[in-house]
Design a protein around this ligand. Structure first.
Ligand code: CO
Length: 137
């Protein structure tokens, strides 16, 4: 079941500059950066209760965010819904005809299990489903 808006992700061409903006100009609480090697993405998270902002940037200059930034200067990249049972949500949505970007959930930031719904299944919006790891609540 989808239970919360986990985060909104913004693709940024200059991660340090964007971190500075969200921390200093907007005054958000910076939770740190994390490299998600499975997604070739460097992330930076900010708490904005009850949700978060995630900045996403290409890891080592390649991957899906690099491709995104080739076409645009930056922008809103995806929404992430938190779920308490990602496997049953994927099965339920697949049965309704939704397509996903991977065959099953993959490791995401904070050791969560994540999967992306194909934007063509959601009117052009990329939506991530994320089930937090048991050890982190
Ligand atoms: Co995300």
């Amino acid at each position: 079941m989808i239970t919360a808006l986990d985060h909104i992700a913004i693709a940024v061409p200059d991660l340090e500059k964007a971190i500075e903006r969200f921390m200093t100009d907007f005054g958000l609480s910076f939770d740190g950066t994390e490299d998600v090697t499975s997604a070739k993405t460097k992330t930076a998270f900010f708490s904005l209760p009850p949700t978060h902002i995630e900045l996403v940037h290409p890891l080592n200059g390649e991957g899906p965010i690099a491709k995104y930034l080739e076409k645009r200067p930056g922008g809103i990249h995806h929404l992430c819904f938190q779920t308490d049972d990602i496997d049953s949500d994927v099965a339920r949505l697949q049965a309704k005809g939704y397509e996903f970007l991977s065959d099953g959930p993959m490791p995401g930031a904070h050791d969560a299990r994540v999967i992306f719904i194909h934007p063509k299944s959601c009117d052009g919006v990329l939506i991530e489903l994320s089930q937090p790891s048991e050890s982190v609540s």
